[in-house]
Design a protein around this ligand. Structure first.
Ligand code: N01
Length: 503
């Protein structure tokens, strides 16, 4: 498909655009494709020089998806080229880039364009968006920056004085050669458990700093057989069928995560067997055994993390870090472990994203101020009261603990594109979700989450905000979310016709 050529040059004057999409990962790229197909005017702003979002940024050794490959593509652009059942990062990034090419999205993308602020302008009834590459005035803004885009650095005394190499897992420094070095990895989340086995052979010694032991399940990863690869390409419906089966299997987990956590027991047993098989030392086994219910934090998958920890040249450190010095890390028991490099695998700002501080709504308050007061609340994960004509992809309570985010993104794309179509069809100038609708929606969500393992599993996780509310995860089956986002529900919104907007 070929799109009309859009002027992506940036000048001194403010450019008028119908819809600005911020970000070009799975969500932003999908929005661009769907808006193009709907014949709408839009422009994508991307701070980096390539599409891909989190899959472009996370290039650490061992980076791979923990969701089956067949679920990890758009339904409208299946990828018959996957080589493994769980795809490595380079394959996913190549897929995303190929979709951008196929749908010609780059021509409507301004690369190297970091959004500084977006302000609702009550005079023009549009969004004023300032960026590192000029200013825009947009009727609608689609924020597609994702939940895992702003690395969270730990606040550890002295960390800025460390003299060796130090970098976050999502900003891997490929110039730094870790061969033969003493390396520390801080964190034992999804990123760290992929990094540790990937670098254990290369480094001289590895210290892994664990604050909370994660639950880790076997990773059923394998190369697709020649017959499967052939069938993906040449047998009509084969990939769709295997995708549908995997989708249904994963959806059954919702019962154990959100409705009746006791159903997760068999998974816990499988995880305990992994520990026994992977680790020979009894004391180390005790250290890696989690102290919370499985599913409370994201369940991880790996076959090689425990064997890596079991190596004589790898130490698991469970005493809390008190300080980083110029050349090492000091733990609570007073031990100083000298290292040449530190990998900070401490996750992302999710419920406290710095991006929230740069978006100013109708009453001049930033999204950060609003969320600080109410928690990260929205309506159908997409709109927020007080922020007219602003649509979030991967917004509040759209995250998943069990299956592919691409499915949720496609549900939201339906909703956003239908919203913009509806606005145009009814000649509306603004739409803003009603406070009462948003409040009711969030009450229902929190009720549904009350009995979930995420809220009651005895862990602290990034799923919960500072108020203790789970404002990140969708508590139900994903097809329920697909159903509620099928059509834009104008009655849930306060809307003003363009002709009635005050001049
Ligand atoms: O980050 P995390 P991540 N001192 O927040 C520890 C997705 N993902 O980058 O558990 C010491 O999960 C923290 O300890 P604790 C996936 O959705 C997907 O690994 O808070 N430690 C934890 O161990 C995932 O959920 C894939 O006690 C500190 C770790 O750092 C999300 O990204 C692959 C600390 C952070 O774990 C984030 O994963 C990778 C401190 N001050 C990631 N602060 C796929 O395969 C934090 N920690 C699809």
């Amino acid at each position: 498909m070929s799109l009309p050529v859009t002027d992506t040059s940036v000048g001194a004057s403010t450019r008028q655009i119908e819809t600005l999409i911020i970000g070009s990962g799975f969500a932003g790229l999908g929005a661009a494709i769907k808006l193009a197909q709907a014949g709408k005017d839009f422009l994508v702003l991307e701070r980096a020089d390539e599409v891909g979002g989190t899959w472009r940024d996370n290039t650490y050794p061992g980076a791979a998806c923990d969701v089956p490959s067949n679920l990890y593509s758009y339904s409208f652009a299946l990828n018959p080229g996957w080589t493994r059942s769980f795809s490595p990062q380079p394959e996913i990034q190549a897929y995303i880039a190929s979709v951008a090419d196929k749908y010609d999205v780059r021509r409507r993308t301004v690369f190297g364009c970091d959004v500084e602020a977006a302000r609702w302008n009550s005079d023009t009834h549009r969004w004023d968006v300032t960026t590192t590459r000029g200013s825009y005035s947009a009727k609608h803004v689609v924020s597609a920056v994702g939940a895992l885009c702003e690395p969270a650095l730990p606040e550890i005394a002295g960390i800025e004085d460390f003299q060796g190499e130090i970098f976050h897992s999502a900003r891997w420094n490929h110039e730094a050669d870790l061969t033969g070095k003493r390396v520390a990895v801080i964190g034992t989340g999804a990123s760290a458990i992929q990094i540790v086995p990937a670098i254990a052979d290369q480094v001289a010694h590895l210290d892994v700093y664990q604050r909370t032991a994660p639950w880790i399940l076997p990773r059923a990863d394998r190369e697709y057989t020649g017959a499967e690869k052939f069938a993906f390409r040449h047998v009509p419906g084969f990939q769709r069928l295997s995708r549908a089966l995997q989708y249904l299997m994963r959806e059954t987990q919702v019962v154990g995560l959100a409705k009746a956590p006791a159903f997760m027991k068999p998974l816990e047993i499988a995880a305990r067997v992994q520990i026994r098989r992977g680790i020979s030392d009894r004391q180390l086994r005790r250290k890696v055994t989690p102290n919370f219910q499985i599913g409370c934090k994201r369940m991880l998958i790996s076959n090689n993390y425990y064997p890596a920890l079991d190596r004589p040249d790898v130490d698991l450190v469970t005493d809390g870090i008190v300080e980083v010095t110029a050349n090492g890390i000091v733990t609570r028991d007073g031990t100083v472990r000298e290292v040449d490099a530190i990998v900070v695998a401490t996750g992302f700002h999710v419920t406290d994203s710095p991006m929230f501080a740069g978006i100013f709504g109708k009453d001049g308050r930033s999204l950060a101020e609003v969320f600080d007061e109410t928690g990260m609340q929205g309506y159908k994960g997409t709109t927020v009261a007080g922020f007219p004509n602003l649509f979030f992809l991967v917004g509040p309570n759209t995250g998943l603990g069990h299956t592919s985010m691409v499915y949720m993104i496609e549900s939201q794309l339906n909703y956003v594109v239908d919203a913009i179509r509806t606005i145009d069809r009814h000649h509306l100038g603004t739409v803003e979700v009603r406070d009462d609708v948003q409040d009711r929606y969030n009450r229902d969500l929190q009720d549904a989450l009350k009995s979930s393992v995420w809220n009651n599993g005895g862990c602290a996780s990034w799923y919960l905000d500072k108020h203790g509310n789970n404002t990140t995860l969708w508590p139900g089956f994903t097809f329920e979310f697909r159903r509620i986002t099928k059509q834009f529900d104008l009655e849930a919104y306060r809307s003003v016709a363009t002709a009635d907007l005050p001049a």
